[in-house]
Design a protein around this ligand. Structure first.
Ligand code: NAI
Length: 333
């Protein structure tokens, strides 16, 4: 049965990259159909809702979503729709694979790191309190349940994909109770996976090691905020935000999106790189068991990146999003 996919086209560069990705999936004959929705501030101005009711209903029916980035106002305004979606559908595992591509030259040719970011709690619960006009408290929440499931998923992934090591990333030297609990749960669960090396790193030391020698690392697991920051760092190691895909998985729903944001600085210029969203779509196809189709698309992207003549400006080319899209479509076989 053809899989129906709920698509949120996002804002900023969202609609441009989303259209390119859907066209590539169509050309690759992916066995999917799309139910597309406009979301975000523009939709709010049009219809009074940031995410229309029909979009929620579609996701509840289909359980699979391809989502383009959505702008979140800084400092004031509405709560992040990304955080809202992750929380509402308990999409607790944010999986972000960063792998070097031989065609994209960086100082680090050997990166192959998968970050498991806990996606539902930590400082992202959004509980802030103004104690007085000069003092604000923000609440960091870490629970055993949420920590166990993300750590277990990281080890299960390592086992399934023949990975050698899982590194727990924390700041338990300072946050002795919250990160201390995350670390001790990691140490308990690690005992069940004797074939996998389990180590831990303090977040600051990890960042230093990552930019000295990222080939030291394999699978990383960490609370929400560290995962947000570290995964952007890993995107930098492989050539930038335009190249980092992600899956947000829960028990019942799955949402696939690029790690980057809506890039308002380049929106509408038709120079956005759609690769991160396209690779997220490949993760979606693999999730649906359409591995051959995902493989075909990945191969076409590799060829276009290797040729280097039709890549977007972030990869030092001068192609538009649409020219890059067409070059990939031409290589599908
Ligand atoms: P950003 O990721 O949108 O942009 C950072 C830099 O990377 C910019 O210079 C941008 O031009 C470049 N960039 C990002 N994606 C690119 C692509 N595909 N191709 C070429 N260049 C690309 O981060 P920023 O500016 O901090 O955030 C903008 C908005 O996006 C904010 O409102 C933020 O809250 C939101 N955001 C949304 C996310 C989501 O929907 N999942 C994730 C991260 C941020």
């Amino acid at each position: 049965m053809t899989n129906k996919i709920t698509v949120m086209k996002g804002d900023g560069i969202g609609p441009e990259i989303c259209d390119a990705v859907m066209q590539i999936l169509k050309a690759a004959k992916a066995d999917v159909t799309f139910e597309c929705f406009e979301v975000g501030e523009a939709e709010y101005k049009r219809n009074g809702e940031l995410i229309p009711k029909e979009a929620y209903e579609s996701f509840e029916r289909n359980r699979i979503m391809l989502k383009a980035p959505i702008t979140t106002p800084i400092g004031k305004g509405f709560r992040s729709l990304n955080v809202t979606l992750r929380k509402r559908y308990d999409l607790y595992a944010n999986i972000r694979p960063a792998k070097s591509n031989t065609a994209v030259v960086t100082p680090f040719p050997n990166v192959d790191i998968v970050t498991f970011r806990e996606n539902t709690e930590d400082l992202y619960v959004g509980v802030e309190e103004e104690v007085d006009e000069n003092t604000v408290h923000a609440t960091k929440i870490i629970t055993r349940k949420a920590s166990e499931r993300i750590i277990e998923d990281a080890f299960e992934y390592a086992l399934k994909h023949g990975r050698k090591k899982v590194t727990c990333v924390h700041k338990a030297n300072i946050l002795k109770l919250s990160d201390g609990m995350f670390l001790s749960i990691f140490q308990e669960i690690a005992k069940r996976y004797p074939s996998i090396i389990a180590e831990d790193k303090i977040i600051d030391a990890l960042c230093m090691r990552l930019v000295m020698d990222p080939s030291e690392f394999d699978v990383l697991v960490m609370p929400n905020l560290y995962g947000d920051i570290v995964s952007d760092l890993t995107s930098g190691l492989i050539g930038g935000l335009g190249l980092l895909p992600s899956a947000n998985l829960g028990k019942d729903h799955a949402m696939f999106e690029a790690v980057h944001g809506s890039a308002p600085d380049i929106a509408g210029k038709h120079i956005a790189n759609p690769t991160a969203l396209l690779w997220s779509a490949c993760m979606m196809l693999e999730y649906l068991g359409q591995n051959d189709c995902a493989g075909k698309i990945r191969k076409a992207v590799d060829v276009v990146l290797a040729e280097g003549t039709s890549v977007t400006p972030d990869l030092k080319g001068n192609a538009t999003t649409e020219q890059y899209r067409d070059a990939i479509i031409a290589k599908l076989s």
